[in-house]
Ligand binder design. Sequence first.
Ligand code: COI
Length: 406
Amino acid sequence: MALWKSTGNGTLEGISHVADLDASKLTVTLSETLKPIPPPDTWQFGNIMTDHMVVAEFDPETGWSDPEIKPRAPLSLDPASSCVQYGTTVFEGMKAYVGPDGKPRLFRPDMNMARLARSAERMALPPFNTDQVLALIKQLIIVDRRWIPLLSEHSMYIRPTLMGTRMGLSVAASDHATLCIFLSPTGPYFRSGGKSISVLAVFDTVRAWPGGTGGHKVALNYSPGFLPLRTAQKQGYDQILWLLGDDMKVTEAGAMNIFIVVRRDDGDVDLFTPPLDGTILPGVTRDSVLALAEAHTAGEINLPGLQKTSRIHASERTFTMDDLSRWSSDGKLLEAFGAGTAVIITSIGKIGFKGEDIILPEHEGGLGPIANAFRTRILDIQEGKEVWKNWGVVVDGKTALTKTEV
Ligand code: COI
């Protein structure tokens, strides 16, 4: 594969033939002591890590190193590394569930791999073969399979991370990189017992802007939101509703894509989510919701709890805070929900804006019927209870998991 050649000062010019990432060259060093698995009710999102990780390094002269699975441990980074100084980190969020056959399953991993490659390219990080990254993820899942929770709605969260590791302060692309993949068993993202969350719509800070990186999964999309989030939480809201532009276009909710359900005059419902204009993350769950809505309305599937005859008109379209206020006061705003890998689907019950709250209809258990239909069907596919297209990808390991392994 043709890769970049370093000019020695961090700029990447020309091409040379160097080693591509190759999962067949994987070496595995198992940890001598395995950690006890804490009880699932003590897990918070991302606070428990498994025993092993994948590491591979890119050097512009030689290409990708032979990947390793080794005991999970801190990485050694020069403080002048590109990712430390200039934030050249991109990542993915994926999940593995155990199916009824005891085999781990990934959910549409090809979409995550394609997005990881796009994010890396956007941050001018070295390229890699995405099939090989996926093969490494599968190997790591097999090695750490005892950590995959067998409880429903629990899963193994997977964080493939690519960091620019060029040492030096010149403001230029990183021609060195480290790929690190690690795993974190996880339960429900919001521990609100299925209740809806509240969001505060903000217009003085923005998550993304035209021509920026909002459509990629780069670490720097997230950290600038921490301060506004803290401010929103002090005002009693759970998350931020990110707006953009003078017309206050609704873009995303927290780290999730947003959907709203609006009643139509013909009795059907519209399902709206903002279009992928470069400011919106092309979420895997987002895409799945749109595809399932289309399949339901075309009569190809029947979403759980919904009438076969109910029609959901899904479209990617811009909507503003004015639209939300109007639909709400007309009694047409039926549901709002966030979608993302970590949360799957979570309902939004209150939207704060300029000192007032838009209150959405309450539903028993938090989720409205449409949000619940998507959440149930997606989780069923993730947990291998339902098969839909090629969305569930079985990880064939040596042994199937049994309940005694938890
Ligand atoms: C995800 O939903 O997987 C995300 O990456 C969002 C957040 C946890 C960073």
